[in-house]
Design a protein around this ligand. Structure first.
Ligand code: NAD
Length: 331
């Protein structure tokens, strides 16, 4: 006999909720929520004891409709799609799953760095085109990664994991994060600066790892790119709206930025596509081999995906059992 009602929003095109159902247990009636319109969602979820949220936004209008919800669990790290203030007003804890994909996103960020610095896109394309493309100079002038400076914006879990990888590659690592305690940089063995311009002026590669907040929205803007060392790489695996894609396009066109790797975009999937993406999709010569875009997939592999599903459901289960909310971000 089900004691609790839990709704889970759709993830990707998959309807499989077996992992969550198994984790939540037999006394939970787990229902798949396909609706995306807030008014429709609000009318459906009123009786929810818990919500598991993938990528469907949960605005105040939905949260205010919840009559007995004990927890909203965001299946992921970022929780900007949930109105956490409205949830606080309603006394509902919002929890995230902060640790399921730390290594995976760091690997992805580093994969983007390596692919761009090693000219992998150009080499692969040219060799596929025939033996005329067989030549070490075919990808243009490459520079040695060892000894270059990686600038990390946001020295939290993923930023730290990227820093550790960069050290193994012989890079110098400098971080900017006004919020982590002093000494964190010493524990990891990296340098720290206290202003963004100080960081950017030394960056051969800059990698973004902040959450999306009012402060970080549009943080990588025209001034940010102009402050970079010429020829830098820009990597964003954080949140799309942290980076102004039009400003990045201008910086790529001017050559200030040599190349960029983006796993996230302001709107996902991009509709309409920003001009930069359209130029790249159209195969325009100036952007060839200088851009990699992946579909917000940095977190993904079979193991991390399962870990997220289990941990999200465990968090909901604990709240249903009256335990203190784990990884609460709003109370
Ligand atoms: P975290 O909370 O551990 O680290 C974020 C760090 O950013 C914190 O240390 C914080 O102090 C710092 N920060 C906040 N505002 C800042 C500012 N204005 N300037 C500099 N630093 C600032 O988060 P995390 O787990 O490392 O995740 C980092 C980002 O990666 C988040 O945006 C998250 O949503 C995103 N993410 C993306 C994927 C993906 O698949 N692409 C997967 C997981 C997480």
């Amino acid at each position: 006999m089900a004691k609790h009602t839990v709704y889970i929003t759709q993830h990707g095109d998959k309807d499989d909720i077996s992992v969550e159902a198994e984790t939540l247990g037999d006394d939970v009636d787990l229902r798949l929520l396909r609706a995306t319109d807030p008014a429709e969602i609000a009318s459906i979820v009123q009786d929810a004891d818990a919500l598991l949220v993938w990528r469907t936004p949960m605005p105040a209008s939905v949260i205010e409709a919840l009559r007995r919800c004990k927890v909203i669990v965001r299946c992921g790290v970022g929780f900007d799609i949930v109105d956490i203030h409205a949830a606080r007003e309603s006394g509902i804890p919002v929890c995230n799953v902060p640790d399921y994909g730390t290594d995976d996103v760091a690997d992805h960020a580093f994969g983007l760095i390596l692919a761009l610095r090693r000219g992998l896109l150009a080499f692969s394309d040219l060799v596929r085109g025939g033996n005329e493309g067989w030549g070490y100079e075919a990808a243009g002038r490459l520079s040695r990664l060892t000894g270059q400076t990686l600038a990390i914006v946001g020295f939290g879990r993923i930023g730290t994991a990227v820093a550790l990888r960069a050290k193994a590659f012989g890079m110098r690592v400098v971080v900017y994060d006004p919020y982590v305690p002093r000494g964190q940089e010493k524990a990891i063995g990296v340098e720290r600066v206290w202003s963004l311009p100080d960081l950017l002026g030394q960056a051969d590669v800059v990698s973004l790892h902040t959450p999306l907040t009012p402060e970080t929205r549009g943080l990588a803007d025209a001034a940010f790119f102009n402050a970079l060392k010429p020829g830098a790489l820009v990597i964003n695996t954080s949140r799309g709206r942290v980076l102004d894609v039009d400003a990045l396009e201008a910086a790529l066109r001017s050559g200030r930025v040599l190349a960029a790797g983006l796993d996230v975009l302001p709107t996902e999937p991009p509709n309409p596509a920003p001009a930069l993406l359209q130029a790249w999709r159209d195969g325009e010569e100036w952007i060839k081999h200088r851009l990699i875009v992946t579909p917000h997939a940095a977190f993904y592999n079979e193991e991390s995906y399962r870990e997220m599903r289990v941990k999200a459901a465990q968090t909901a289960r604990e709240a249903l059992d009256g335990l203190p909310p784990r990884n609460c971000v709003n109370l």
